[in-house]
Design a protein around this ligand. Structure first.
Ligand SMILES: [Zn+2]
Length: 255
């Protein structure tokens, strides 16, 4: 079977698509994984416990979670430019949380210090992952996000148009949504995309207005404050989330 043909989520060109691991394969995303579609996950809840997934239909990802979303070129350039730094930070946090499970059992937050990281590379990998999970039709109206990822050195990331926040997960759990519409308590509608890739829980808000999810850490400023080769000491102070505490998303993955 040949590779599917479609529009690359990053450059927008029609071409043969390659399999993009979300998160990168080396960020502990190489294991066979089951995928449940949201609607299946919430089926027959009166008859079964939500945690009992034994009778649900699922798709098997033999080589880790991901999708055919990128052309060969975008897959390899983003891999080369951004993925390595993301993997380094992600795995360090994953290992830290894994080794301190008992200590952090009742903790609501955690503070981590990194001595020497490339913040813009890490940030752009997050945006590249969001581009892969957001439907192409929607991305046509957000070409600046594509340009931002395609140009390694661009720092044109508008905090008026986008906000990126993160939380950390206590459990190994993955999933994402395309675009969600949330009706906020002030009557406004907020457009949002969720990306859960353990140990991170990322939220991308479109046209963020006055409402901030104050339980998440806003990292938007990284996107325009640093250059590609800037190295800094990074402090991440974030709340810790359980599976039941992340927003409803359309897909759930269980390892
Ligand atoms: Zn491409």
């Amino acid at each position: 079977m040949g590779r599917p043909i479609g529009k690359c989520h990053i450059c927008g060109k029609e071409c043969e698509l390659t399999y993009e691991h979300i998160p990168p394969k080396k960020a502990y995303n190489h294991k066979p994984t089951k995928m449940y579609i949201g609607k299946e996950y919430f089926k027959d809840l009166e008859k079964r416990d939500i945690k009992d997934t034994s009778k649900l239909r699922y798709t098997d990802f033999q080589k880790g979670v991901g999708d055919y979303t990128l052309c060969e070129r975008c897959n390899s350039t983003t891999g080369k430019w951004y993925a390595g730094e993301y993997i380094k930070i992600s795995n360090a946090i994953y290992d830290y949380l894994g080794h301190h499970l008992e200590e952090l059992k009742d903790a609501k937050s955690v503070e981590l210090d990194f001595k020497d990281v490339y913040p813009l590379k890490f940030f752009k990998q997050i945006i590249a992952m969001f581009l892969s999970i957001i439907p192409n039709e929607y991305l046509e109206n957000h070409k600046e996000l594509r340009k931002y990822v395609l140009d390694r050195d661009s720092v044109e990331f508008s905090n008026k148009k986008y906000r990126i926040s993160l939380g950390l997960l206590k459990q190994d759990f993955e999933g994402w949504s395309g675009i969600n519409h949330l009706l906020m308590c002030n009557g406004k509608i907020k457009l949002i995309s969720f990306l859960v890739v353990a140990p991170f829980y990322f939220v991308l808000e479109f046209n963020p207005e006055e409402i901030v999810f104050d339980n998440l850490l806003d990292i938007t400023s990284i996107g325009h404050q640093y250059n590609y080769n800037d190295r800094i000491a990074l402090n991440i102070k974030s709340n810790l989330f359980l599976e039941s505490e992340v927003f409803p998303i359309n897909l759930f993955y269980h390892k």
